[in-house]
Ligand binder design. Structure first.
Ligand SMILES: [Zn+2]
Length: 334
């Protein structure tokens, strides 16, 4: 892949704040990273990196014409050929993480974004090997080429982490004029990845299942079933698991768009994505049928909300799922 830019961030327009602040020597965002006030232009991100701190791409953000999305493949070389060719053709940047992952940044049109963003988090296995996850990141942030990570901050779930020392995210290639991913291309990529859109779409588009109008009854069997499926998610996809766990505990899991302009967590949106993700896990990893997957998602979310009744924020507001009543919960999944 040819590189015809002097700096990888030159692939983005220099007047657009499409980057954000990550911590020094870490992947994590800095405090307030998801507040657009803290977003950086490419020049600002270069200066930040020059001072030793990391920057990240603000995924899901963009211009009138496109939004940024990243593909993160945990082990280099496991993407199916057709999907890899398509993603590489459209990649603005390709760079390697400090473990065995390879990241690709693409621009996607609005309608392509809707398709990619509609998938639940639990689609991402190309085989039954635990290390071949592909993560399609449509929100949140991911750190870019040139960023440095100290392995002491890594989670111990990374099999190929040395546990100490530092490494740099290395640029593999840059293509500033890479074409934007259209709806047609997005669909072809998903087909190439053998991702079944119907099976993985958020449940509100599914009319075949009975709606829930009461707080679901649940018992120990339901809770144990869900927790077993969540363990599968944790083993196969630690990032998705951590994100979901934080939301089950009343946080946002750093998922984008879940905070209101005033900084409070958007409780409705969090309920919606969390129940949707639980449903996806039950369906895809748990092999439950749609009706049972939905019942388990409701039941387990209720169980977790009852166990932890307040949102993780300084205001400690009650979780909306428990306080609003049946109509609200019904609308969430319709
Ligand atoms: Zn590491």
């Amino acid at each position: 892949m040819l590189s015809d830019v002097s700096h990888p961030l030159d692939v983005l327009p220099d007047d657009e704040p499409l980057l954000t602040k990550a911590k020094g020597f870490q992947k994590a965002g800095d405090i307030g990273w998801n507040n657009p006030e803290n977003f950086l232009t490419p020049s600002e991100a270069k200066r930040r990196r020059g001072s030793g701190k990391n920057y990240g791409f603000a995924l899901g953000d963009g211009t009138e014409e496109w939004n940024l999305v990243a593909f993160d493949v945990e082990t280099k070389g496991v993407l199916p050929d057709e999907a890899q060719a398509l993603i590489d053709e459209h990649a603005l940047l390709v760079w390697d993480s400090v473990h065995s992952g390879r990241n690709r940044l693409v621009k996607v049109t609005d309608d392509a974004y809707k398709i990619l963003d509609s998938l639940t988090t639990a689609y991402n296995h190309l085989s039954d090997r635990a290390d071949d996850d592909i993560e399609l990141q449509t929100s949140g942030h991911c750190i870019g080429p040139g960023c440095e990570v100290s392995h002491k901050h890594c989670k111990d779930t990374k099999a190929d982490c040395p546990g100490s020392g530092r490494n740099t995210y290395e640029l593999v290639g840059a293509k500033p004029f890479a074409p934007v991913v259209t709806k047609d291309v997005a669909e072809r990529i998903l087909t190439g990845l053998e991702i079944d859109r119907e099976k993985n779409e958020s449940p509100q588009t599914d009319d075949s299942v009975e709606k829930v109008t009461e707080i679901p009854e649940y018992d120990d069997t339901d809770v144990a079933a869900v927790e077993a499926h969540l363990q599968t998610l944790q083993a196969n996809s630690p990032f998705a698991f951590n994100c979901l766990s934080d939301r089950l505990n009343g946080g946002t899991g750093e998922k984008g768009g879940l905070r209101l302009d005033c900084g409070l967590i958007d409780r409705s949106a969090t309920d919606f994505v969390t129940v949707s993700d639980l449903y996806g896990v039950m369906l895809v990893l748990g092999n439950e049928d749609k009706q049972r997957a939905r019942e388990l998602a409701y039941a387990y979310y209720t169980y977790r909300c009852e166990g932890n009744e307040y949102m993780k924020s300084s205001e400690g507001r009650p979780r909306k799922w428990l306080s609003i009543g049946a109509k609200y919960r019904k609308n969430i999944l319709q």
